[in-house]
Design a protein around this ligand. Structure first.
Ligand code: SF4
Length: 249
């Protein structure tokens, strides 16, 4: 998919979300919030649902929680428009209540399609409802600040899921602010792990190990090409977009 095709595909999904009436949350919304950001990114942040300000503006993570999210990204040298930001449900639950399972079920196909289009290496879940969509049964108190493969259809298929508390939680519970700040440096490290996992899986799929010919001395076998060594260094922690990976200027 070209960058233009990817952007158009995301815009088409957003248009559907703006007119969606699949669940009861459409009744109380001012505006639905499809999500926004860099369509070429390797990192998608997934919150739970729009709050008061998001509902008014039609954008994810605005207001105080959005400012803190921007601050968190800044601590690792990233900007909001380096990543794509969306939510599990795209319309505000009344009174900021938790989304109901049937509402999450109705809205998840939109998230799945967005992730299919962007194909991120790393999904960062913000809050327990987002975590539950990728790692059902995981407890945020135990897995925050760590990455692992997703276990649902949302994937990402060959990438990783990194769990964090929701930035809004830090506004209500002061101690979580420091927890989020402490967890943030592990996000780019998780991206490196996710890239490596992707490359390993892609290499295994594109170069399946040939069956050994019978009774052939080992010395006559073609040597396996050496895998490129990992390139540790701070420049690897930079968030590259898809363009940058294919055009490494
Ligand atoms: Fe549609 Fe999702 Fe909004 Fe429900 S929350 S009305 S499924 S866009």
């Amino acid at each position: 998919m070209t960058p233009d095709e990817r952007r158009k595909a995301l815009d088409a999904i957003a248009d559907e979300i703006r007119d969606c009436t699949r669940c009861r949350l459409h009744e109380g919304r001012t505006r639905s919030v499809p999500g926004e950001g860099n369509a070429e990114t390797e990192v998608v942040l997934v919150g739970e649902g729009p709050g008061f300000n998001e509902d008014r503006q039609g954008q994810p993570f605005v207001g105080a929680a959005g400012s803190f999210l921007t601050e968190l990204l800044g601590t690792v040298g990233w900007r909001r428009d380096d990543v794509f930001i969306t939510n599990v449900v795209k319309c505000r639950p009344p009174g900021n209540r938790d989304p109901e399972p049937d509402e999450i079920g109705a809205c998840t196909p939109y998230l799945r399609r967005q992730l299919d289009v962007i194909d991120p290496a790393l999904v960062v879940t913000l809050g327990r409802h987002s975590l539950g969509s990728f790692l059902p049964g995981a407890r945020i108190g135990q897995v925050h600040g760590t990455a692992r493969p997703g276990t649902t259809e949302l994937g990402p298929e060959t990438g990783l899921v990194f769990a964090m508390y929701h930035p809004a939680a830090a506004l209500h519970q002061g101690s979580l602010r420091q927890t989020l700040l402490d967890d943030a440096p592990a996000i780019p490290v998780a991206l490196l792990d996710a890239r490596e996992r992707r490359e390993r899986i892609a290499a295994a799929e594109s170069h399946p190990q040939p069956a050994l010919p019978e009774a052939q001395p080992a010395a006559e076998l073609d040597p396996q090409p050496a895998l490129p060594e990992a390139q540790p260094g701070t420049d690897q922690l930079t968030l590259f977009t898809r363009d940058a990976r294919t055009d490494p200027r």
